[in-house]
Design a protein around this ligand. Sequence first.
Ligand SMILES: Nc1ncnc2c1ncn2[C@@H]1O[C@H](COP(=O)(O)OP(=O)(O)OP(=O)(O)O)[C@@H](O)[C@H]1O
Ligand SMILES: [Mg+2]
Length: 379
Amino acid sequence: MSTESPHESLDALLATWPTADTVLSIDVQQVNHHYGSGEMRKQVLFDNHLQVRAGEIVIMTGPSGSGKTTLLTLMGTLRSVQEGSLKVLGTELFGLGTAATTELRKRIGFIFQAHNLFESLTAFQNVGMATELLGIPTSEAKPQIEQTLHRLGLGQRLHYRPKALSGGQKQRVAVARGIIHRPGLILADEPTAALDAESGREVVTIFQELARQHQCTIVIVTHDNRILDVADRIVSMVDGRIVSNVLVKRNQLLSQFLVQIELFRVLSTSALTKVADKFDLQSFPAGSEIIRQGDVGDLFYVIGSGQVAIEMDGQQVNRLGPGAFFGEVALIRDQPRNATVRAVEDARCFVLHKADFQTILQQSTSFEEELRKAIFSRQ
Ligand SMILES: Nc1ncnc2c1ncn2[C@@H]1O[C@H](COP(=O)(O)OP(=O)(O)OP(=O)(O)O)[C@@H](O)[C@H]1O
Ligand SMILES: [Mg+2]
């Protein structure tokens, strides 16, 4: 087993991995929503849960009528939360008063399907409205407004009114207006739908810069497959429920790491991605025990960073580093841990719970063979 570092993307992976102290920008808990009243009352959101960290780009997809816009408008304080808890940028929206709602809205950028531009104002003035609302005069924000409109390909259209702009151009004015005040959260409903490939790409590139440079969180409702690659997380809704929530970017980076380890190379790409989704990350300070001989084992470990020592009956028998794995014997044989594993320097391990580990064993005989070879070679 190799003890050298078998990865390049690991730093990026570890840097973006959510941990217990990750700052959440959005925290949706048990959110239900109904439209109408009396006999017309109809439930459209059912028990939704979603946590999004600061700086994350989320793509939300799902069939028409599945509740995407409803959830997005709840996050944006454009509707009141009826049931459940919804925290946005640290503020609980359930029962939030008018003044606090107004303040919070200034920190959110909205880019919605019906772009609601003021017909009597030019593109420049429409964007200026967003800075005026924050108390920054348009004159002061002028360079930034012009630059943003330029980037969105509207440099020649600064002083056109909406009626003289195409659908795609209006959409880009709406994008500029939604981002000009550097909001902490951007909520975008089909922001690229009316755009050609090039303008759509420019919009998502700007989103990525805002996310990376300013830790802006971005939720994009879209059916546009061309922009899926920007997502850190893809959330799918069906019939008012979030039915899948996958950290695509993280899983991709973790798969790239795992595929360099012989054991995982036997899995197909799709199996590997599924496995990656199941891993958690645990940190162990230098000197701490990761597993103890004699204990019942319920986790399988792959070392991401740091070094560990394997000790049997008080004697160090091996040392392992990034890319090595341990903890499989107790899971395969259903026996207590046969060794103690200790972090000799600060270590981070990707861990898989027993049930998920056994699912892979059942699904891939080559994985099991590979694992048995590895165990055999150690003894
Ligand atoms: N203002 C409203 N009053 C009553 N029902 C509504 C209202 N807005 C939406 N609905 C209903 O709520 C459900 C969810 O609608 P929503 O607009 O959230 O779906 P969506 O996923 O955004 O769909 P689309 O992809 O077509 O935009 C639908 O059944 C819709 O008919
Ligand atoms: Mg919608």
